[in-house]
Design a protein around this ligand. Sequence first.
Ligand code: NAD
Length: 457
Amino acid sequence: MTTLAVHNPATGAKITDLPADTAASVADKAAKARAAQPAWASMPIAQRMACIAKFREGVVRELESLATTMTRETGKPIKMSRNELNGLLGRIDFFLQQAQAATATETVFDEGGMTEQIQRTPLGVVANISAWNYPWFVGCNVILPALLTGNAVLYKPSEYAAMTGLAIARLLHEAGVPQDVMACLVGTGEVGSALLAQDIDGVFFTGSVATGRKIAQAVGGRFIKLQLELGGKDPSYVCEDADPKAAAESLADGAMYNTGQSCCSVERIYVHEKIHDAFVAAFVEAVKGLQAGDPMSDSTYIGAITRGPQLDVLDAQVADARAKGATLLVGGQRGPGPGNWYQATVFSNVNHGMELMKEESFGPLIGIQKVSGDAQAVQLMNDTRYGLTAGVYTPDGQRARALLAQVKAGSVYWNCCDRVSPRLPWSGVGDSGVGLTLSVDGIETFTRPKAWHLRAA
Ligand code: NAD
């Protein structure tokens, strides 16, 4: 039997060997999903909504053990695991509130015996290939609206969050979603690759740019829907009229929350020269106050690095910054093993010749660059191939809006950061991806608008 070994990144210890999928089992699940989807789609939407509402009850009932599972397999601090699951409840509520209206047939013209309508039909069978860093969020952003709109879902969770992926599928099945309509595929990228070879109507991917590119190539020419939610190098600019301490505390959290392993982690900070030194001092103090340690402890803020190979990326970015003259203010090394640990690390005197200001770090590492004013800040914020989020800190709302209007990013923040709302579309520009999830658009994206031209005889 093929298996997938699951390790605890905080200790390096093996947790379990999960039965894994093979090319044959992937093909079997895809064929079953194809056969089961029409009956699911023809159910009244209220019945599908009832299943998702029951799924929500399951999440609430099992929240503590689901949080523990996620923390064990990803190294996410337990409080943040609970936060993710509690945050998921708000997303479910949003989907349930909006699903009916978002999928209702709309009459857009009705005159002289001619009626025009737009009907929202499901795409059919969709593949969801997902990431590990917020496995409940990124998995459910696709799975729940896809199911509500009548699709069958072939869900390939990350190999670093496979136990969580199986828990999502189990709770959906227990809530009444048929096994064949919602299948979980366990395995590494090979299983993801096998999934892409099936007869599917859409691919919804969350993960790295490198894998996103492979996926786009694999389905290129097949004319199926493709959405890619990829990485970022998200900037924030602190203006000279901002409160340096308040901005530093907010941005330290934005850079280090989830051990810096968020797609919308703050990854670059630009500070006006007039308050640069005060900001840096407050930022370093805030970072020094973040407790690293056992992810299962309630007082832990910095947890483990989920993927071992990312430690090499962090080491290389730190070495590059040091070699090019950056000032290391705190951290700068791996933490003691066993397990995958990296110290919260802050550099100042950085510039765009350094990797840590150009390439996604995806860890507790941040560079702070001094700028002379708004024009330079905007130019540097836009000096990137990514465009997921960007923020500005200033008490002046007009100034913030004027600055953020010039920044290329899917989401922009005034006096906040690292924030996702179910009510707003989540999307990126450039290498941060194509398509979107969340918001009403993020429900409609799982449907095909069918145009009806109806003339009464
Ligand atoms: P990854 O690209 O390594 O893996 C993502 C998924 O793709 C996994 O399930 C993996 O098994 C699968 N996969 C790997 N190779 C494949 C192939 N050839 N064909 C099909 N599937 C394949 O990414 P990751 O490490 O899981 O996630 C981290 C990345 O995700 C970061 O870059 C982060 O910024 C990004 N991310 C983006 C968002 C967003 O909303 N934009 C959200 C979360 C994470």
